[in-house]
Design a protein around this ligand. Sequence first.
Ligand code: FAD
Length: 505
Amino acid sequence: MTNQQSNNPVQNVVIVGGGTAGWITAAAFSRVLVPQGYNVTLIESDAIGTVGVGEATIPPIRDFHRMLGINEADFVKETQATFKLGIEFNGWSNPESRYFHPFGEYGRKLDSVQFHQYWQRASSLTDCGELSDFSLCSVAAYQGKFAPTSQDPESILSGIGYAYHFDASRYARFLRSYSEQRGVRRVEGKVVDVLQNANNGFIEGVQLESSDVIKGDFFIDCTGFAALLISKTLNVEYEDWSDLLPADSAVAVQCKKSSTPIRPYTQTFAQDGGWRWRIPLQHRTGNGFVYSSKFTSDEDAVSTLLAGLDGEPLSEPRKLKFRTGKRQQSWSHNCVAVGLSAGFLEPLESTSIHLIQTAVIRLLSMFPGKEFEPAQIQEYNQQVNDEVAFIRDFIILHYHLNDRPEPLWTYCREMSIPDSLAQKISLFKSRGHVVEAQYDLFKTASWVAVMRGQGVHPSYYDPMAESKPEKQLLGIMQELKAAYQRASEAMPAHDEFIAQHCQAA
Ligand code: FAD
């Protein structure tokens, strides 16, 4: 069968790499391209293996799964997933501080004024509780509860936002099975050479160690940090952001599941030289320490990691090295880099898997037609740049606004930051103002949570928050706070929810 555009130059699509990026790409292509007659082949090397540590996600993953038609209960069961209502940040602003970045909104929409502005006004009048008391995700997270988002806009549960923690290798296997069932061909083997057209440099095929050649019209580079096609073959440069995001290393280890109920959120702990993560899965807990080798030795990093475990380690810690930044262009010639080959910011806000998913959706919406059009390629690259720049600023915010004494944190506090972020901080400082931009993945609640959590307290609130009479405003606040408490108490415990809804699939 051939695809519908008979003179379409793209008939054979080759994905090189079978980590999370490769199999997410294959799954989406099997859903959208294979039914149209495209041939999709994925090549992966068992000998090389995958990074395999990306286990925490953010809410848009649910939209991606919906597009694939994935059943949530099947997915949770197969990948030993747990639900994630947000991220806890311990010690980030100063060693004693703690805050929660919730995945849902704060409060509810009262009118065009942002809720946190009303909260700030109410707080100036009386002690009406913490802002986090007005987030159902925060309240439920700390009670160990979980319920899915309600589709009924009138329900208080419509304010729940959630994502997942999952076992990365099981996720890749799950998507592999999905993709192969839908017609993706998997080839095992190590790519040792890339064949290019002598005139225009376009990639024509890849040669495996076995001498087999896999030919294609369009190549997706999912080879991770190796960036075999986009960098080693097409020589697209890497934009290094290590001045702004100085982490360049991580050590990671899995632990036996601890006996405490499974937390429905990720924990992070800022420490001397970096930060630790703790990611609870059904069958084990993922732990890692992300650090900058300029400020911490590998030996100290391992000690910091092991000192912070809450269960027995299942193996020796695994060391990973990376360079924060992004590829100057993700799409060059007939090749698109997806995943770590396109860049890596760092794992703090769990954005890498999300960037893979948006890359694939964007690529499908700009899929080459009769030819590879420079305008489409430029637009694709521009959108990637815009999207990544917003995420970069959001992550820098966590590092920059700190009052910690150690050298890494002093460096981050004193480093110069992008003007775009400086402007965001100034706006928030003056009157808590957050402007939502088109390509900014993180919406108002996220910026408010992290700004406040990192110690930015606006000097005043939006004057429009004066529009409600004092008594009415305080009444609304009291009612809402009580409603969130009641709603959370009525939810099932997180473990119970998994056992009841996701094990019998
Ligand atoms: P890889 O997993 O490295 O896969 C590369 C693939 O290419 C493999 O299949 C390999 O066999 C193949 N390959 C390479 N060279 C060849 C060759 N010559 N021939 C054939 N095949 C080849 N992301 C999140 O969203 N959430 C997180 O919590 C998170 N935590 C992270 C923590 C750390 C410390 C790091 C480093 C990353 C983290 N990430 C996280 C990022 C996430 O792990 C990656 O985005 C994701 O795993 C995708 O990786 P990948 O598929 O691009 O690369």
